[in-house]
Design a protein around this ligand. Structure first.
Ligand SMILES: [Zn+2]
Length: 316
């Protein structure tokens, strides 16, 4: 009996230690696998042949990340072949940048440790990096999956094959770790599922991912929006406040393509500023992070942030 208890205690201790030291594993073997298949495409005799190569050499051999990225994204070898045939120069250009992943992805380990320090409940064992069909930078299935194909955008990228939407969402690969951390913060958020998806709720959700992501990476995927936001903060707030209980988010979020006369996605900015005010006014920073990630009442959160008051004082 005594032996059993001791063994059990050791086992518990061991599992606790493992959890506490757990690292984030970045799995990117699918990227090399894809390029291997891509090379074989040049010897394909027909479209059907190309589809077969992509199916057999990439999709069937791919990791669990590729399998999870099929539905609604890569779809099939047939769909991937069509996408590649419509964007041959882009994929070819992308390749030279994906070789940087082995230098960039080790940063994730550092970011993850910082995130875990800020929010000890963080428990995300792995993230997959795959090449997709130019329709998604990432998703969260059983695991987070990142579409590396969306990270080949540079001034010299061949753009003639790219749709306006792609031109607005593609990014350089150097930003991939910051995007990943934004997505991982989303995984930690336990917002109130029962409340309506208002502009306030959605903007705080996005702003929190940017804010906590920035604490961890010292960078922000929406830096360009902040320049405009800081210059127009008060007028933006008044406009936002009038609409924040509506469920129509089309003027504030995911509107990079349709926004006229000002940058899209300014809801990220307003949400960020609310979270920033909440964090700054909190004495216990660790507790503040916990509260930012576990919001049950968005109006109460906004009031407690003191954002509006702060803004009023700043304008005096
Ligand atoms: Zn987001």
């Amino acid at each position: 009996m005594r032996r059993t208890i001791t063994a059990l205690a050791c086992c518990l201790l061991l599992s606790y230690t493992c959890t506490a030291q757990r690292k984030l594993e970045a799995i990117y073997s699918d990227v090399a696998l894809f390029w291997h298949a891509f090379d074989q495409l040049q010897h394909a005799q027909s479209k059907e042949d190309s589809i077969r190569i992509l199916d057999q050499e990439y999709i069937y051999k791919g990791s669990a990340g590729v399998q999870q990225f099929l539905q609604g994204r890569i779809s099939s070898g047939k769909y991937l072949q069509k996408t590649i045939s419509q964007h041959p120069n882009y994929y070819t250009y992308l390749r030279s940048h994906t070789t940087k992943l082995n230098k960039i992805l080790p940063r994730l380990d550092k970011h993850y440790k910082r995130l875990k320090k800020l929010y000890p409940d963080t428990d995300i064992p792995k993230v997959y990096f795959v090449i997709g069909a130019l329709n998604s930078a990432g998703t969260i299935q059983q695991d987070p999956i990142v579409g590396v194909d969306m990270f080949g955008y540079y001034p010299e990228t061949p753009k003639q094959e790219l749709s306006p939407w792609l031109k607005s969402v593609l990014r350089p690969i150097e930003e991939i770790d910051v995007v990943v951390m934004h997505e991982l913060v989303h995984m930690l958020q336990k917002g109130n599922e029962d409340t309506e998806n208002t502009l306030l709720k959605k903007s705080i959700g996005e702003g929190a991912a940017d804010f906590v992501g920035e604490l961890v990476t010292n960078s922000n995927i929406n830096k360009h929006i902040h320049d405009y936001g800081n210059a127009h903060e008060r007028e933006l707030w008044h406009e936002f406040k009038r609409q924040m209980h509506d469920t129509d988010i089309s003027n504030w979020l995911y509107n990079g393509l349709t926004s006229k006369n000002r940058p899209g996605d300014l809801g990220y900015y307003v949400g960020y500023k609310i979270c920033e005010a909440y964090y700054q006014s909190s004495k216990n920073k660790k507790q503040a992070i916990k509260e930012i990630l576990n919001i049950s009442d968005y109006d109460v959160f906004l009031a407690r942030s003191g954002y509006e008051l702060k803004l009023g004082q700043a304008s005096r």
